[in-house]
Write a new protein. Structure first.
Ligand SMILES: Nc1nc2c(c(=O)[nH]1)N=C([C@H](O)[C@H](O)COP(=O)(O)OP(=O)(O)OP(=O)(O)O)CN2
Ligand SMILES: [Zn+2]
Length: 136
């Protein structure tokens, strides 16, 4: 099994409307995101030979999402929720990226140096890519 991970960062503001502490006030984070693709089969020929997926393709897809909804936005507005927690953001990113990255299995979101949330849907627990040709 191969796990391919790609990370990116973005700056954004948010507020947790119903939080019982300071997080209900508008504030910002330098978010760190890591996405994970999983599979057993590598490409056997062409420009992606011996790759699960080209990092450049993953990067392009993440960059589009970042520019359109995440970087320097108010996440309550762009993600259309009153509580954009790390959990919510991780699941949202997963659902946005999955159609373009079929091997995507998990997304991690970190708001601060000491906090991280991973989202992985149960449906991917036994995910094995079968579309690439041979080589495990
Ligand atoms: N399960 C979650 N809990 C909290 C989330 C979240 O997304 N998921 N988010 C927040 C706030 O957004 C807050 O900005 C981050 O909280 P916290 O770690 O408490 O921030 P601090 O850097 O101030 O950490 P301290 O350890 O208190 O210094 C809250 N909870
Ligand atoms: Zn916060």
């Amino acid at each position: 099994m191969f796990w391919l991970e790609k990370s990116f960062t973005f700056e954004a503001m948010h507020y947790l409307t119903f939080h019982d502490g300071k997080c209900r006030r508008p504030h910002g984070h330098s978010y760190q995101v890591t996405i994970r693709l999983s599979g057993t089969k590598l490409e056997t020929q062409g420009p992606k030979k011996n790759m699960l997926t080209d990092f450049s393709c993953v990067s392009r897809v993440c960059q589009n999402l970042k520019e359109k909804y995440l970087d320097h936005y108010c996440l309550n507005e762009t993600l259309q929720t009153d509580s954009p927690t790390s959990e919510f953001i991780a699941k949202w990113i997963y659902e946005q990226l999955k159609p373009q990255l079929p091997l995507l299995t998990a997304v991690m979101v970190s708001e601060t140096q000491s906090t991280r949330v991973w989202y992985q849907p149960e449906t991917t627990f036994n995910n094995h890519n079968t579309h690439n040709s041979s080589q495990e």
